[in-house]
Design a protein around this ligand. Structure first.
Ligand SMILES: C[C@@]1(CC(=O)O)c2cc3[nH]c(cc4nc(cc5[nH]c(cc(n2)[C@H]1CCC(=O)O)[C@@](C)(CC(=O)O)[C@@H]5CCC(=O)O)C(CC(=O)O)=C4CCC(=O)O)c(CCC(=O)O)c3CC(=O)O
Ligand SMILES: NC(=O)C1=CN([C@@H]2O[C@H](COP(=O)(O)OP(=O)(O)OC[C@H]3O[C@@H](n4cnc5c(N)ncnc54)[C@H](O)[C@@H]3O)[C@@H](O)[C@H]2O)C=CC1
Length: 146
């Protein structure tokens, strides 16, 4: 795994699924200038109120080649498989239900002054990343490292 920061301004991003995980992804993508599309028969209120294009229907083998980044986040394995089948080699894909077939992961991240600190377990233990981030926040707030 190769760590980078991505400029997603004007990038086309697809999220298939509209539940809890999709909501977290939408929240993480907001205010970065990306064109975000959500395809799902049901989406949460937070997604409805977000600046995203909602295609309120089940995923149906659409052409998704125009998307730079695809998040697969439904609770139906057959649907997740169908989306994965359509992924082309040049696309970045995160299957929230299957690390093995994701070619990138999100990281826990915190801003400290001019620094952004990113924490990853390379997909193996997201809860550990989140807890580590929260501990680090406490330490940094106490220590005031410049
Ligand atoms: C592989 C990865 C794929 C990916 O990139 O999505 C992934 C996978 C999984 N997450 C699971 C659970 C939860 N993840 C969170 C939250 C976050 N998860 C994130 C990243 C990643 N999660 C990637 C690897 C990161 C790494 O390498 O460390 C963060 C950092 C960033 C983000 O998601 O944007 C964000 C932290 C936000 C913060 O910093 O605060 C919460 C919510 C919470 O705790 O509040 C829950 C529990 C509640 C819930 O169910 O939602 C489970 C089920 C585990 C189980 O049931 O045991 C799996 C699947 C599995 O492990 O198999
Ligand atoms: N990567 C991560 O951070 C995590 C991943 N997961 C896994 O992610 C999956 C989704 O979890 P949640 O968001 O909590 O589920 P959820 O039940 O909140 O949402 C599922 C969403 O999938 C949509 N969906 C169902 N069929 C669809 C179709 N044919 N086309 C498009 N969308 C469809 C539903 O409308 C709903 O919006 C689960 O399999 C879960 O095990 C769970 C927790 C964390």
């Amino acid at each position: 795994m190769y760590p980078v920061m991505l400029d997603i301004n004007k990038k086309n991003i697809l999220i298939v699924g509209g539940g809890r995980v999709a909501t977290r992804k939408v929240q993480g993508l907001m205010n970065e200038g990306a064109n975000v599309t959500v395809i799902a028969p049901e989406v949460t209120d937070v997604i409805k109120q977000s600046d995203v294009t909602i295609v309120q229907q089940p995923f149906k083998h659409q052409d998704i080649s125009a998307f730079n980044i695809v998040f697969i986040a439904t609770n139906d394995k057959a649907v997740n498989d169908a989306v994965m089948e359509r992924i082309e080699k040049h696309q970045l894909v995160n299957d929230c239900t299957n690390q093995q077939r994701s070619n990138f992961f999100n990281m826990a991240s915190l801003i400290y002054g001019e620094m952004r600190i990113m924490i990853s377990t390379e997909g193996s233990n997201p809860i550990k990343s989140k807890n580590f981030k929260n501990k680090l926040k406490e330490i940094l707030n106490k220590e005031q490292i410049k």
